[in-house]
Write a protein that binds this ligand. Structure first.
Ligand code: M6P
Ligand code: ZN
Length: 188
């Protein structure tokens, strides 16, 4: 029988206690995600391959749901803010929840038929990600962005389309603040 448990989450650091797994993504592992790969390589060399985000999870064998934190570092590659890879779920009938704890971000979403939506990620905002919307979180602030996510264990990640084509819109700061622009690499 599964037993209930209180899990302590630090909204500033993303620490989860107890945790059952974690991984980090460094800039060199995200080379397909950013537009300016030469600038990315330069940053990797200069900054010693910085961490872009860390995911910590709490998952119990036999449970239907799991949750955890994602902690994103501030930074950008030639104006493109640090972001996650972005994914659809393998299970098209399963959504997700992102509850922002600290920092400031943008949740970029894209439906199967190509509609773009944006939800601000500010402390206290609990974002509803409906089933079958691709989602990518982007740290647009100058501090860590920490959020709690909750998902069905069977949802799975489908990176295929997003890694191949990118998302239709980019969130960038080209010197005049945050804007949404068309992704020049996107091909239908
Ligand atoms: C959130 C959740 C995770 C996801 C992570 C990083 O924490 O949605 O399931 O893995 O963000 O996003 P991605 O896997 O797209 O890089
Ligand atoms: Zn997801």
């Amino acid at each position: 029988m599964l037993l209930p448990e209180g899990v302590l989450i630090n909204g500033m650091t993303g620490a989860v206690s107890p945790e059952t797994g974690k991984y980090t993504k460094r800039l060199s592992e995200l080379s397909e995600v950013f537009q300016d790969r030469a600038e990315l390589d330069r940053q990797v060399a200069e900054k010693g391959d910085p961490i872009v985000y860390e995911v910590v999870e709490y998952k119990k064998e036999g449970s239907d749901i799991f949750f955890g934190t994602t902690t994103m570092e501030p930074g950008n590659v030639n104006g493109e803010y640090y972001m996650t890879r972005g994914h659809f779920h393998q299970r098209r009938d399963m959504g997700e929840v992102y509850y922002t704890q600290s920092g400031h971000g943008v949740l970029l979403l894209e439906s199967r038929d190509g509609r773009t939506e944006v939800v601000r990620m500010d402390p206290g905002v609990c974002a509803f990600i409906p089933p079958d919307w691709a989602h990518r979180s982007i740290n647009v602030g100058d501090e860590k962005l920490v959020f709690v996510w909750v998902c069905n264990v069977e949802a799975g990640h489908d990176y295929g389309d997003i890694l191949k084509r990118g998302m239709r819109k980019l969130v960038v700061d080209r010197g005049e603040g945050l804007i949404l622009v068309d992704n020049p690499r996107f091909a239908d």
